[in-house]
Design a protein around this ligand. Structure first.
Ligand SMILES: Cc1cc2nc3c(=O)[nH]c(=O)nc-3n(C[C@H](O)[C@H](O)[C@H](O)COP(=O)(O)OP(=O)(O)OC[C@H]3O[C@@H](n4cnc5c(N)ncnc54)[C@H](O)[C@@H]3O)c2cc1C
Length: 520
């Protein structure tokens, strides 16, 4: 049989493209099929408000990609294809509060501890202790994060031998809220750290998030925070150019309607217009598992127990709601001039505010005046706004499904709720500073990309039952699907959501199967 390509990939997000880039670099002819007219999935930039204001629609903060050792090797080559990262050097994240100066997370851990010490010296020392613990183990940690996950008994078996190890294991199993309440004493610092840990759309009481602190606190100081000059879309665009320059093909406006299966082997894809594209060595689904296994593959080709496991995969109910702005000037946050230099801010209320927010969210009610995340990337990358102006956005967590009404009806009035919060923490966000605004509800987010099921960005709920060796499904965490030649990539796989370039892990596993990897 003549095959069209060596490998075909369904979905054209940055992970699919990163996977394709590594395969093409190794001489594997790879085709990527994307349903939209553009590539990038969750890494897309548009002039949503007015010409010259470049807004990141979804993922905007590129942290984890710089910790991923495989993609770090590719990043210098991507410069030739238009990707350049701009780094936050000093103030990275601001946390304005209604009392005191707020907390600034600097690239420097010392300066960050000084900022925390304005509220509590003991909390600053504990923060430092967590940072120091990671620096010793960071190489092993990042290797594990960007490798196929180990069996569930692996970590406990290594840690259960000492009292210190057992203490750490217990801490890992705590929720973000419980971890913070045990480890930090000042109520402002407690609220700041819980808010930070909820970044991947998790709930404060979700068990297993305790381990997050040992990663997120040190990683921001070790790896820093960077954004692509010109917007998030520069990453997938550069990857797509790289793929095409290395013998691959990227198709847009090409929704995948089926995965071709013959004798228990994945043989290619069928596009919505009926075109079939065959692949000699492998088919990768870089889509979420429900679409892959319940829509694109005939159920008869799959084991019923497997199909049941797919049906039980959950995305959770913590969705995102975002408002984009074209501004005359950058927001000025209360708490002194330094805090406003940070391009990313979280407004910090009290721990009780966080509890109320998530209690209401759990029953389908979007909270009034919710805490917001505020991003003004044009402060570090002026190419994202016309000269002298600023591109800005705020977002918050909302229920994926409303208890009553629908997002289309309440979108505009709910955008006002976020703006009310913003005004409480800033001095210049009245109407005369706002040139135009544009809101995105969970429904809009899913409409752009069906992998953001219910407007949830994480690619699958980050519960203990769906992380590590269980992600996406028990028995299938090694980036190989239940059919011969079928591979999996994307945020439903380990290590989960985020702009991390994890598609390269899938590519490495494929190279091993093809006998082309040096460490097979
Ligand atoms: C509001 C929001 C904010 C976020 N902020 C951040 C952030 O600041 N930092 C961060 O690291 N992450 C962030 N994320 C998460 C991040 O965007 C995702 O984890 C990331 O985009 C996943 O990349 P991916 O390439 O694996 O998949 P995706 O980006 O989901 O790409 C999947 C692609 O598949 C395509 N597709 C779907 N179905 C089909 C089909 N049948 N046929 C062909 N193509 C199909 C889609 O159109 C899409 O292009 C955010 C997400 C959202 C929604």
């Amino acid at each position: 049989m003549m095959y069209d390509y060596d490998v075909v990939i369904a979905g054209g997000g940055h992970n699919a493209l990163a996977c394709a880039a590594v395969l093409c670099k190794n001489g594997i002819r790879t085709l990527v099929a994307e349903r939209n007219d553009w590539v990038g999935g969750g890494a897309v930039t548009r002039e949503l408000t007015q010409p010259g204001f470049r807004h990141d629609l979804f993922g905007s903060n590129h942290v984890w990609i710089h910790a991923n050792p495989h993609i770090r090797e590719l990043l210098p080559e991507l410069k030739d294809y238009g990707l350049e990262y701009v780094w936050g050097e000093n103030e990275i994240m601001g946390h304005p509060m209604t009392e005191g100066p707020g907390v600034i997370v600097h690239r420097s851990v010392d300066k960050t501890c000084d900022s925390i010490a304005e509220y509590s010296r003991r909390d600053a020392d504990r923060y430092r202790e967590i940072y120091d613990g990671f620096v010793e183990i960071k190489d092993g940690f990042t290797r594990n994060m960007f490798s196929p996950p180990s069996p569930p008994s692996y970590l406990p078996a290594a840690m259960e031998r000492s009292e210190e190890g057992l203490r750490m294991l217990r801490n890992y199993s705590l929720s973000a809220r419980a971890f913070v309440m045990e480890n930090f004493e000042d109520p402002h610092i407690q609220a700041f750290l819980i808010s930070w840990a909820l970044g991947p759309n998790i709930k404060p009481t979700q068990q297993g998030a305790g381990s997050t602190f040992y990663i997120m606190i040190p990683a921001i100081h070790v790896y820093g925070q960077a954004i692509p000059r010109g917007g998030s879309i520069q990453l997938p665009n550069a990857l797509a150019r790289y793929v095409e320059a290395h013998g691959g093909k990227v198709l847009t406006n090409s929704p995948v309607a089926g995965i071709l299966v013959e004798d228990g082997t994945a043989r290619g894809i069928r596009l919505a217009d009926g075109t079939e594209i065959t692949a000699r060595m492998g088919v990768v689904s870089a889509l979420e598992p429900k679409q892959t296994f319940l829509k694109l593959i005939d159920e008869d080709a799959l084991d019923p127990g497997f199909v049941r496991a797919v049906r039980n995969f959950t995305f959770g109910d913590v969705a995102s709601f975002r408002v984009h702005f074209a501004l005359h000037e950058a927001p000025q946050f209360k708490g002194g001039p330094d805090i406003s230099k940070a391009p990313f801010q979280r407004t910090i209320g009290s721990v009780a505010d966080i509890d109320r927010h998530f209690a209401e969210l759990s029953v389908g009610v979007p909270t009034k005046e919710p805490p917001v995340h505020a991003h003004c990337w044009s402060l570090v990358d002026p190419t994202r706004a016309p000269e002298g102006k600023q591109t800005f956005m705020i977002d918050t967590f909302v229920p994926s499904k409303l208890a009553s009404g629908n997002w289309a009806e309440i979108k505009d009035s709910y955008a006002e709720e976020l703006i009310k919060t913003l005004r409480k923490y800033t001095t210049n966000m009245e109407d005369d500073n706002i040139i135009q605004r544009f809101a995105h509800s969970p429904d809009d987010i899913e409409a752009h990309n069906p992998c953001f099921v219910g407007g949830v960005p994480s690619g699958g709920e980050r519960t203990l039952a769906q992380m590590g060796y269980f992600r996406p499904l028990p028995g299938f965490s090694q980036y190989r699907g239940p059919l011969k030649n079928l591979y999996l990539a994307g945020p439903s796989c380990h290590p989960g959501g985020g702009i991390s370039g994890m598609g390269v892990i899938t590519a490495q596993e494929m190279l091993k199967d093809f006998g082309l990897s040096s460490d097979d």
